[in-house]
Write a protein that binds this ligand. Structure first.
Ligand code: UT7
Length: 355
């Protein structure tokens, strides 16, 4: 990268966050818009989730398009014109094969750098961040573009009010560079976890090797989160909302406390907890469980909904742009998603301009 000429692959050190970029598709869908199509209301969605609006990609826009825009902005924010690797977290790749990251790297003009996707559903960004930090720690890369991008509107059942009320499309990206562990922006040791015994709580059941779509009969319609008739294919995203809610609160609070401990922080030291923007009630419950004042958890979901792998960089950008997150803040990132997966990571917020 141009701004860090002294950093070369092989140096092996801490990963320092030095650039942040985001992108949302232009079409906003309000709760009232949804209520015109589904049996729901602005009052229900706001009171149960805190969400007011979400953005939906045009039919011609795929996840790579969102990722390229966010990636370009992150590179600009880092004043970098190249990186040594691209890691893309997504559950909605452009195609089942190949991965979306190489296409994104090519479209960003990054040449033949290693580029690959990471699948950890809504925890994807933190898994990708940890992967990028690992590439730097091992000396494989001196700088990494880490992107979280999702187009959930493509996998939601049009008839499922419980998921359509929540999810929106978007992308966010950060640039990591090799640096010192004491620098602002240096990532602490990431905390990651999974529990595959809960893999049925968040699913897109059909379209993989267990249940290829081409062997299936007619596609069934969903009915609000019900897994449906097991004999029929189901290409849609399904979520057992209440069980996911409970697990999300427990796991994000636990992982956050562990990441804080690893960073040597007490709860009182945590200035900001930037959590995956799943549901306002979840954010409050995580803060309460950690005995952290709720105002230390920036809220962005009211404006964009749950943007899955993009939600943490989007929330960081919004918080930084509005002065809720300022340089020096001891910041925890945390997420929970299908898998089940979860994670957390600590950093002192650096001086940068989100793009
Ligand atoms: O990003 C990955 C992680 N995801 C999450 O963390 C999401 C976690 N879960 C949630 O956020 C919440 O569980 C939901 C927002 C999805 C649902 O809220 P809830 O308070 O747990 O509601 P529920 O699923 O228990 O459903 C209660 C009722 C049901 O009706 P009945 O069966 O009681 O008649 C639902 O059909 O609310 C109904 N409902 C709705 N009503 C109006 C569900 N969605 C809607 C809706 N509008 N949009």
């Amino acid at each position: 990268m141009s701004g860090a000429a002294a950093v070369r692959p092989g140096s092996g050190s801490a990963a320092v966050l030095c650039g942040l970029g985001t992108w949302l598709p232009p079409h906003a869908v309000t709760n009232d818009d949804l209520a015109r199509e589904l049996d729901t209301s602005d009052a229900w969605i706001r009171s149960r989730t805190g969400i007011g609006t979400r953005f939906i990609a045009a039919p011609s826009t795929a996840t790579s398009d969102l990722a390229v825009e966010a990636g370009r902005r992150a590179l600009k924010s880092a004043e970098a014109d190249s990186v040594d690797a691209v890691v893309l977290a997504t559950t909605t790749p452009d195609h089942p094969c190949p991965a979306t990251a190489p296409l994104v790297a090519a479209q960003l003009g990054l040449g033949t750098v290693p580029a690959f996707d990471v699948g950890a559903v809504c925890t994807g960004f933190l898994y990708a961040l940890a992967t990028g930090a690992g590439l730097i720690a091992t000396g494989t890369a001196g700088s990494v573009l880490v992107i979280g991008a999702d187009t959930y509107s493509r996998i939601l059942d049009p008839a499922d009010r419980s998921t359509r009320a929540i999810f929106g499309d978007g992308a966010g990206a950060v640039v990591l560079r090799s640096g010192g562990a004491d620098e602002p922006g240096a990532l602490g040791p990431p905390v990651l976890g999974s529990d595959g015994t809960g893999s049925d709580l968040i699913t897109v059941r059909s379209g993989g090797s267990r249940e290829p779509l081409h062997t299936a009969g007619p596609i069934g319609t969903g009915d609000g989160g019900d897994a449906g008739d097991a004999a029929r294919p189901d290409p849609y995203f399904r979520m057992a909302g209440r069980a996911v809610f409970r697990n999300a609160v427990e796991r994000m609070a636990e992982a956050s406390l562990m990441a804080a401990r690893r960073a040597g922080w007490e709860v009182a030291d945590i200035d900001r907890l930037v959590a995956h923007q799943a549901n306002l009630r979840i954010l409050h419950a995580v803060a309460d469980r950690m005995r952290l004042p709720r105002h230390r958890c920036p809220v962005h979901l009211d404006q964009v909904g749950n943007t899955a792998a993009a939600s943490i960089p989007l929330a960081l950008s919004y918080a930084a742009a509005t002065g809720r997150l300022t340089p020096g803040h001891r910041t925890l990132l945390t997420a929970f998603g299908g898998g089940l997966t979860w994670g957390a990571c600590a950093l002192r917020w650096p001086a940068l301009t989100p793009m």
